[in-house]
Write a protein that binds this ligand. Structure first.
Ligand code: GLY
Length: 577
């Protein structure tokens, strides 16, 4: 950018323009001049706007939203979990990913979930205290407030504390997920007392109050990072985990640190894509798939041909996920090769336009289809600061284990490691030694908070959905590149291929009969999943037309809101379902 000194003898019109320009800069008009927030729950969207109204920026709003989601979506994310916060700071155009992913306990071993015959014991990696990795979300919230926010952490946590204290009426998703995880929740007395109604899954409308979580949030608000990772809260967490058969120590919590990482960045045609870096596989898989597809004229393809190309790109990118990816602090990842457009050219050349490429090994058992867990939100503030954040405790209610006296339900993110070669995890994903368990290591994730930049248009997006997160973001990115608006992006019919199992999954109604027939004739194993999946939250800012829009997935219960220019009242509301 170049700056010119204004000439002294300028015309009246010139002076007026200059004054206006200075006023614009002073008012932060480099941004959209109003904010937008899209989250999976109306109370979280409200928490974000409440903090903006107190002078906070998008990063303060991100803290408030993350904490509020921990309260109102306890099945999806929380202080007992972790996530990735993709940030863009307008003032210096800094784009960075704050990695608050969970870490394996220091006592973890590669064979932690194998029996004496070396067989994977999935239940031990998914239910109870042994399934829990060391949480990163509290550290990330303290870090965001300190390094990027304008307000004290306590101010940003206040809406969540109030929600936890006063309670809220649970929705349909909560009731369904509590029923789904009932046996595991019953096994943890504190989780049972907190999340169930007399030992049963509550009905929608039941009021969930979380007094122990109030205390833990207040400790975080008062003492920042140390309020969770040292002192009484940490002691309660470690004691509770160990008494229930887990392996945490005080050192695990005291050692936890967030990491700032450079996001994965690449071009798809005329669009810049900025997405999650390892230990998420999201950015790498997106880069491979989109760079393969950049060489195909997708718009000119008939529907079945377009799906075939897209699925074959997914297959190859997820294959590399399985073979190559893990925590970059523990393994050397061949990122230069995987992200090289020449490599994508070679992968594309290997695709037969007429035949599906069989995945090399037989389909393993395992579900590819949990979807109502994890959460995503998108934020932009008036100055143009942006956040795309995807947060998780892994499968619904995580491990379903709550250390007594903490109000914190712990993740079961240990299941995101490759527990044994060829052993599929809860999403049917397999992995290699790159994602083997090791002390202090972060498990490979699929969470893909993403920014898209195409000319004057910017999108902020992401979704929950386990291994399907990346294919959902891929489909939405292709749609954005072709001019789709926010409503279209969140509502797109979805399909997914993750290499193994060798199945082309699609939402009910996503494909018509002729398309299914054409895909089957090419050799695809086409399979409808039982229900629609994902809960995407998208914001699009068009700088040229000054349009700011936001949408929340119609499959979910979320709320997207855009402020009116120069007002705090809201418009452009999109409510999920
Ligand atoms: N726990 C799901 C993921 O990180 O991919």
């Amino acid at each position: 950018m170049t700056h010119r000194r204004p000439r002294l003898a300028c015309s009246f019109a010139g002076a007026l323009l200059l004054i206006l320009a200075c006023w614009s800069v002073a008012c932060g008009a480099a941004g959209p001049g109003r904010a937008a927030i899209a989250t999976a729950h109306p109370a979280a969207t409200a928490a974000g706007f409440a903090v903006l109204a107190q002078g906070g920026n998008a990063f303060d709003a991100a803290v408030a939203i993350s904490a509020a989601l921990a309260v109102v979506e306890p099945a999806g994310s929380g202080l007992g979990g972790g996530g990735f916060w993709l940030l863009h700071r307008a003032a210096d155009e800094r784009t960075v990913m704050v990695d608050g992913r969970e870490r394996a306990p220091l006592a973890a071993t590669a064979d932690l979930y194998l029996d004496e015959k070396g067989r994977f014991q999935a239940r031990r990696a998914q239910d109870g205290a042994l399934a829990a990795a060391i949480p990163g979300q509290p550290a990330a919230l303290a870090y965001l407030a300190t390094h990027y926010g304008r307000l004290p952490l306590a101010v940003a946590l206040d809406p969540a504390i109030r929600l936890a204290r006063e309670g809220f009426a649970v929705g349909r998703d909560y009731a369904v997920l509590a029923g789904y995880r009932l046996p595991a929740l019953l096994a943890s007395p504190a989780a049972r007392r907190t999340f169930l109604a007399a030992g049963l899954a509550p009905v929608p409308g039941w009021r969930l109050r979380q007094p122990d979580l109030v205390d833990t949030l207040q400790a975080l608000a008062a003492r920042g990072h140390d309020g969770f990772y040292r002192g009484p809260v940490a002691a309660r967490l470690v004691r509770g985990v160990r008494e229930a058969g887990g392996i945490w120590t005080a050192a695990d919590l005291a050692d936890y640190r967030v990491v700032e990482r450079a996001p994965i960045q690449f071009d798809y045609r005329d669009m810049r894509v900025i997405s999650a870096a390892p230990p998420s596989s999201g950015g790498v898989v997106l880069a491979e798939a989109l760079q393969i597809l950049a060489g195909v004229d997708l718009v000119a393809q008939a529907p079945a041909e377009r799906i075939h190309w897209t699925v074959e790109a997914m297959r190859r990118a997820y294959r590399d996920r399985a073979r190559e990816l893990g925590d970059p602090d523990f393994v050397d990842l061949p990122l230069a090769r995987l992200l090289d457009p020449d490599y994508a050219d070679a992968l594309r050349a290997d695709i037969d336009p007429d035949r599906a490429t069989p995945s090399a090994t037989p389909a393993p058992d395992g579900s590819a289809g949990l979807d109502r867990h994890t959460t995503h939100f998108s934020v932009i503030d008036a100055d143009g600061n942006r956040v795309a954040a995807t947060l998780s405790i892994n499968t619904p209610f995580g491990s379903a284990f709550m250390p007594p006296g903490t109000g914190v339900v712990l993740n079961n993110e240990m299941d995101d490691f490759a527990a044994a070669p060829g052993a599929p995890n809860a999403y049917g994903l397999v992995g290699s030694a790159a994602n083997a368990i090791a002390p202090g290591k972060r498990p490979l994730s699929s969470m893909s908070p993403t920014f898209l930049e195409q000319g004057d248009r910017i999108a902020i997006l992401g979704t929950p959905g386990g291994s399907r997160i990346i294919s959902m973001v891929l489909l939405a990115s292709l749609a954005f590149a072709e001019g789709a608006d926010t409503g279209t992006m969140v509502a797109l019919p979805r399909y997914h291929h993750q290499y193994l199992p060798d199945r082309l999954f699609h939402e009910p109604g996503a494909f018509d009969g002729a398309v299914i027939e054409a895909l089957a004739a090419k050799g695809h194993h086409v399979e409808a999943v039982s229900r629609r999946y994902g809960d995407m939250q998208v914001i699009v800012w068009d700088r040229r037309s000054d349009a700011l829009t936001a949408a929340s997935d119609p499959r979910g219960e979320g709320l997207a809101r855009v402020e009116l220019p120069h007002q705090t009242a809201s418009t452009s509301m999109t409510v999920g379902r």
